[in-house]
Write a protein of this length. Structure first.
Lengths: 218, 642
């Protein structure tokens, strides 16, 4: 078996959440994932999961499409509303096409039909964790950049918007009606606060944060 | 009528009523025709009989040469009556007298006869005397002046001409007939072309001698050899006719009196001679047909009598006497005896046109045509009724069979749907334990690979696997029990019919897959006790499997052979395909549930086949056949006849 073993690098601290109403299935799955080196938590129902799962811990959810007291799709909706929605792998005894399409549309990583081969399940889990990890990295970076940007004064944000449009200091100064020397001062402070040293880096931050550039007045 | 009743059993009441009405109608119809026929056969009422002699009507005395018992004489007298009937209310009254001259030849007898006649007719007015035959003519010629001086006379001779002195009498007419010997001999030559000799058997009386002389002349004229029986005794004559020359034909011309002077009825004579003769026999008198002669162109004495009677009527109303000679054709008739034609190997097709063949094998058609027609008409009506009813019944049976077949088809479809649901349900339920077993096994494998497995954990895993396996087994058992409980409906059925119906069910499928289905199933019913639908399902499953197995077989070679044969107290049905056959691995697990070689198969078909056969106390085996492909054979115990 070419499944990931304990020696392979895994997302550290990630938890695989297994939600299935059948105890033997939960147990067997937990055992398999555990043997593959994952940390596993099992839940007998969607409510149990929502009550106990740690929202900020990275991981993924292996979810039985048919759960007692509400379908897996309902649980997917709730999970999606979290700050850090966990990727979901759906498992089902029946390959209902409509449900699988809806699940995938809502961002499910995979849709596996029971009985699922161990290799396939472990691959899917690995991919889900990697996805979660990537999602979290993006989110962390954005959070970081946003926090830095928010430290800029109103004047600095004005200058930022002008700078990312590719204008020269002289043009920005003319536009804003202040001296070129003052602009240079603001620029140094912006670079400092955003921890960058180039206009290109500024532009990337503007795109991440969705800040529109200000065009030079004709 | 009663014979048809059982056939009509089981037919609807309405139909039976209809049938009875039709039959009653047929019987009424037949009775009506029958009555009509019976009326036609009833003897004429008294008023229609020839008028009783009345004094106002002309009275005619007919004198025959022979005695009244001779058959031709009776026919002659009948002929007079026929002629008389044609004459209407003014028809003559006939008086018949018989000279019996062959046996009473001396002159004294003639005198006695003359006296008797004179006394007998003393008070009668006679308007015409008709002597018939040469002896009667001779007698009348002699006594004319004495007895009937002024009474007109019509001399009639049916063999040879009327003697001149008779014709010369005052107020005497004559009527003679050609002897017809020449014509008769001609038909003999037609029948037996290689005839060279005519052997004549004739009596010893003077008349007969004269006739024989005439006949001898005619034979010679016909280019044949004339021969005479030399014997003077009956025994000698019979000996002689038994040894006739090869190309001879025996002509029986007479011989009423034997050497001792006793009369031998001509019929008996003919019978004796013709049955003894080694060659065919003929006679001139048509009335003898049936005594042993072959037949041919013969003299019909009824016609002779009729003509004489007619001429007599003419003579009564005529002043001037006339002398006539009738051609033989006027009195001839062409008749044959079928038995003799057969005896002498004469093909009926060779007979001259216009012939009548009598005494054929008793022919109902010829003898009872009208009755037969009536019976036939009745039969036709009855048959038509029965046929119509049978047709109805068959149509209804066919409809029943059709509807049963549709039902079976529906049941098949229903069953397929049920099977789909069932397998879906089984699959869904089994997924859970199967997943668990799989994941537990994989986990154990993984732990062992990475040397992290502890004995406790492995034991735990194995225990879980076992319990999940038990759960899977329970699920299968439950479904199987459900299948058995709900579907089995045993009754005596013809397994051969089940096989044929099953093949019909999948015929379309087979054609679509280019699979030729060859069935070797006897027509003879083979009764087993079982569930028709389930057994049909067994067949369908096996044949579908066989067709599935031939996906890689070239279309031209795809053939499923289904055979059914009784062996002892069981019937064996085999389904053979031309696929790749079974691998040892597959054949050992063939009938286990969820064993499949098909990508989309559930692996339940053969398990169901086996459980169905188990429930029928049957067996199933599979193996590879010699020329490639696999054969599935199942047996079922034959029904035990109580």
């Amino acid at each position: 078996m070419t499944t990931p073993s304990a020696s392979q690098p895994l997302a550290p601290g990630s938890i695989v959440h297994v939600v299935d109403d059948e105890e033997p299935t939960r147990k067997a799955m937990s055992r398999l994932l555990g043997a593959a080196g994952f940390e596993v938590r099992t839940y007998g129902s969607g409510d149990d999961f929502l009550a106990r799962f740690e929202r900020h811990t990275p991981g993924c959810v292996v979810l039985d499409l048919r759960l007692p007291g509400g379908s897996g799709l309902d649980l997917q909706t709730v999970i999606a509303e979290c700050d850090n929605p966990l990727p979901i792998i759906f498992l089902t005894g029946h390959g209902e096409v409509r449900d699988s399409v809806r699940a995938i549309q809502r961002g499910a990583i995979d849709f596996l039909i029971k009985p699922v081969d161990g290799t396939v399940l472990l691959d899917a889990v690995s991919r889900a964790l990697a996805q979660d990890s990537a999602n979290r990295a993006v989110r962390t970076h954005l959070q970081d950049v946003r926090e830095r940007y928010e430290r800029l004064t109103a004047r600095e944000r004005e200058v930022f918007a002008h700078l990312i449009s590719g204008q020269l200091n002289k043009q920005v100064a003319a536009d804003l009606g202040i001296s070129e020397r003052t602009i240079k001062l603001h620029r140094a402070r912006i670079f400092d606060k955003l921890q960058t040293d180039s206009i290109a880096a500024l532009t990337r931050i503007a795109i991440d944060l969705g800040v529109d550039p200000v065009r030079a007045t004709p | 009528m009663t014979a048809t009743t059982p056939i009509l059993d089981g037919v609807g009441r309405g139909h039976r009523l209809f049938a009875v009405r039709l039959q009653v109608l047929a019987v009424l119809l037949a009775s009506a025709v029958w009555l009509q026929a019976a009326q036609d056969r009833t003897p004429p009422a008294a008023g229609e009989e020839p008028a009783a002699p009345l004094t106002s009507n002309p009275q005619v005395l007919v004198i025959f040469s022979d005695d009244s018992s001779q058959s031709w004489i009776r026919q002659l007298t009948d002929g007079f009556y026929v002629a008389g009937a044609e004459g209407g209310p003014n028809a003559p009254a006939w008086y018949f007298e018989y000279l019996d001259a062959v046996r009473f030849q001396d002159a004294r007898q003639a005198d006695h006869f003359q006296t008797a006649i004179r006394e007998k007719y003393r008070d009668r007015r006679l308007d015409l005397i008709v002597p018939v035959g040469s002896n009667a003519i001779a007698f009348a010629t002699r006594v004319r002046e004495e007895l009937w001086r002024d009474v007109p006379v019509l001399f009639a001779s049916y063999a040879g001409s009327v003697r001149g002195d008779a014709k010369a009498l005052r107020n005497a007419s004559s009527l003679s007939f050609e002897s017809g010997y020449g014509d008769a001999l001609a038909t003999v030559k037609d029948l037996f072309p290689d005839t060279t000799t005519i052997v004549v058997a004739a009596g010893i009386s003077a008349v007969e001698r004269a006739l024989e002389a005439d006949l001898g002349a005619a034979v010679t004229r016909a280019g044949l050899t004339f021969s005479d029986l030399s014997a003077t005794t009956m025994a000698g004559a019979l000996e002689e006719v038994a040894q006739l020359p090869q190309h001879a034909v025996l002509f029986i011309a007479g011989g009423q009196v034997d050497e001792r002077g006793s009369v031998i009825p001509t019929w008996q004579l003919c019978d004796m001679m013709s049955s003894t003769a080694n060659r065919p026999a003929v006679m001139l008198g048509a009335q003898f047909l049936g005594c042993g002669i072959v037949g041919g162109l013969m003299r019909d004495y009824l016609k002779v009598g009729t003509i004489i009677g007619e001429r007599a009527a003419v003579a009564l109303s005529r002043d001037r006497p006339a002398h006539e000679v009738m051609p033989f054709q006027a009195i001839a008739t062409m008749k044959f005896d079928a038995r003799q034609l057969l005896r002498w190997h004469v093909d009926e097709a060779r007979l001259p046109a216009g012939n009548v063949v009598e005494f054929g094998e008793p022919s109902l058609w010829r003898d009872h045509r009208r009755e037969l027609l009536i019976v036939l008409a009745g039969l036709i009506v009855q048959s038509a009724t029965i046929a119509a009813l049978l047709y109805e019944r068959r149509a209804r049976q066919k409809a029943e069979v059709d509807s049963r077949r549709s039902f079976a088809l529906a049941a098949h479809v229903d069953r397929r749907a049920a099977m789909a649901t069932l397998t879906g349900s089984i699959a869904h339920e089994l997924n859970q334990p199967l997943s668990s077993i799989l994941h537990n096994a994989e986990a154990a494998e993984m732990l062992m690979t990475s040397n992290r497995a502890t004995v406790e954990e492995l034991r735990d895993i194995l225990r879980d696997i076992r319990s999940e396996d038990a759960r899977a087994s329970q699920i299968v058992q439950r479904h199987r029990a459900m299948l058995r409980q709900h579907e089995l409906e045993k009754r005596p059925i013809d397994i051969h019919a089940v096989v044929r119906e099953s093949l019909q069910l999948i015929a379309h499928d087979a054609a679509a897959r280019h699979v030729q289905i060859e069935a070797d199933v006897p027509q003879m019913p083979c009764i087993v006790v079982g569930d028709q639908i389930l057994l049909q399902q067994v067949l369908v499953n096996l044949v579908l499997n066989a067709m599935d197995a031939m996906k890689t077989t070239p279309p031209g070679r795809r053939r499923v052979t289904v055979r059914s044969a009784v062996d002892g107290d069981a019937v064996e049905v085999s389904v053979a395909d031309r696929g790749p056959g079974l691998t040892p691995d597959v054949s050992s697990r063939l009938f286990q549930p969820f064993m499949t070689t098909k990508p989309d198969g559930v692996g339940i078909g053969l398990a169901i086949v086996r459980s169905t056969l188990d429930a029928h106390r049957g067996t199933i085996h599979a193996g590879n056949n010699g020329e490639g492909g696999a054969t599935f054979r199942f047996t079922l115990p034959l029904a035990v006849m109580a």
